[in-house]
Write a protein that binds this ligand. Structure first.
Ligand SMILES: Cc1cc2nc3c(=O)[nH]c(=O)nc-3n(C[C@H](O)[C@H](O)[C@H](O)COP(=O)(O)OP(=O)(O)OC[C@H]3O[C@@H](n4cnc5c(N)ncnc54)[C@H](O)[C@@H]3O)c2cc1C
Length: 450
């Protein structure tokens, strides 16, 4: 008999799960509940939406009407799921009970706001939804000074957008480098100095102490210094949204996210829970680099998990979600920055000694116009010589290169294997005859054999 599937959440994971379920079994009934008013949009585009480079309407891929008309999926917006009754197999949303055969929990993450005084003042925001983006955009009207809490990728993307809008931008970060955790300090410092050249101010190694003002934010104190502020945005990290998983007593892992099987089913006291699937930012993943838990709060991961969860919700032929290296890329000012696998500090967390190789060259042949500088850093496990991570800063074409290194890392290639077996396609407008990726790995091999 055709299944009745309920999906909680309309982000990348939830809408992919809904569409996949319907695609695999067109006879199934799929209902999505979401607290949001906009669905199926790209949060990744919000920094450019605030600046006006992307129209809000273009960021939203599809409307509830589209899902109903084209895919036969019923989407209830502004409708919170209040509870799930596993024994009756129902969810309660907006005070009404709905039955399900399979349930997909795709409730995403919540922005972590550090517990500082004044964080709830007016003109203080988080950035997660289009609603947040629009609220920030209207508060910026007439604002001169903006403070961004957090120098992660999202904080930096936002800093550049707001600087481009003519604001005086200060980024406050408690760690001593930008893009902490996932980028090495030397690469992070190069990005920071690029952004300082664009006029963005950084306050590093300075935990936020207070947000000050009466009614609305007027200044922000960090590291003992007070900075004038008309608009403040917290970009201080994302935590898994565990409201529903906790209410259901699902197992929560060491990284404070839901533990799942490769079929994306959760556990309760170590036993798989039937008929429930979990996908997106609330899932604890397995690392492809080093057996152990990791987080992969990325749109690309959410889509991949959504398709596995949606398939498994309706099909006996189960799909599996594998371990992740979590490649990421961003455009920050005039630079693209990308990374994959472990950084040096994450490797230390796993107890791995790291050797690094690095090379700088160009994205195109030296004589071909338009090429930009390209720096590639590749990390290997000092004992096994396996490639465990990489980072890239370039003016262009970082994505293909980081995807190449990701494939090497997840397939367990050693540095020597890579240097010996990897080849690069070449044409003057696209690369140097020996790509900088290969030069970096050769440097790594030299260091491993010193
Ligand atoms: C500004 C920004 C930039 C980003 N840039 C990138 C990027 O460049 N590349 C990249 O890979 N990733 C990026 N990300 C991360 C990426 O957007 C997320 O990893 C992805 O959107 C997570 O999708 P999700 O479906 O798991 O969660 P979400 O998109 O958070 O969706 C969760 C959904 O659950 C709903 N919900 C929660 N609780 C309930 C409830 N009780 N009842 C009903 N509905 C509920 C919410 O309303 C929401 O619809 C960015 C994120 C942000 C915020």
């Amino acid at each position: 008999m055709a299944k009745n599937v309920i999906v909680i959440g309309s982000g990348a994971a939830g809408m992919t799960a809904a569409s996949t379920a319907k695609e695999r079994d067109p006879a199934c009934k799929v209902t999505v509940f979401t607290e949001d008013e906009d669905i199926a949009y790209s949060p990744c585009a919000i920094p450019w939406g605030i600046e006006g480079k992307s129209a809000w309407s273009d960021i939203v891929m599809h409307t509830p009407e589209f899902y109903s008309r084209e895919r036969g999926i019923d989407v209830h917006i502004r409708t919170s799921v209040e509870s799930v009754d596993e024994s009756a197999k129902t969810v309660t949303a907006g005070g009404v009970q709905y039955p399900y055969d399979s349930l997909v929990i795709a409730t995403g993450g919540k922005v972590f706001v550090p517990p500082v005084e004044g964080a709830s003042l007016g003109n203080v925001f988080v950035v997660r939804t289009i609603r947040d983006g629009k609220a920030i955009q209207s508060a910026l009207d007439g604002a001169a000074n903006v403070v961004i809490g957090g120098a992660g990728v999202i904080g930096l993307e936002l800093a550049v957008s707001l600087k481009d809008m003519g604001k005086d931008v200060t980024v406050v970060e408690m760690m001593d480098q930008v893009i902490p955790r996932i980028a090495d300090k030397d690469m992070a410092d190069a990005i920071q100095s690029h952004l300082e050249d664009l006029g963005i101010r950084f306050v590093m190694g300075a935990p936020l102490q207070s947000v000050n003002g009466s009614g609305k934010v007027e200044s922000v104190t960090a590291g003992g210094v007070t900075y004038p502020c008309d608009v403040m945005v917290f970009a201080t990290g994302v935590r898994a949204n565990l409201d529903i998983p906790r209410a259901l007593g699902l197992d929560i892992g060491v990284l404070n996210a839901v533990v799942v099987s490769p079929t994306l089913q959760p556990y309760r006291r170590g036993r798989i829970v039937p008929d429930i699937y979990v996908a997106g930012d609330l899932v604890q993943c397995e690392s492809a680099i080093m057996p152990g838990p990791t987080m992969s709060q990325l749109g690309s991961t959410a889509v991949k998990q959504g398709s596995v969860a949606g398939n498994n919700a309706v099909s006996g032929e189960k799909m599996l979600f594998g371990p992740v290296a979590s490649p990421w890329v961003s455009v920050i000012g005039e630079k693209q920055i990308a990374g994959t696998g472990l950084s040096t500090s994450l490797a230390a967390w796993y107890g791995i000694d790291v050797v690094a190789g690095k090379a700088t060259g160009l994205t195109r042949a030296r004589y071909h116009p338009g090429g930009t500088e390209l720096t590639v850093k590749v990390l290997a496990d000092a004992t096994t010589h396996r490639i465990i991570g990489a980072q890239i800063i370039a003016g262009e074409e970082a994505t293909g290169r980081i995807d190449w290194l990701t494939a090497a890392a997840i397939n367990g290639m050693t540095a020597e294997d890579f240097a010996y077996r990897s080849e690069n396609a070449y044409c003057p407008p696209t690369s140097m005859v020996q790509d900088v990726v290969i030069s970096a790995v050769r440097d790594l091999c030299r260091k491993l054999h010193q």
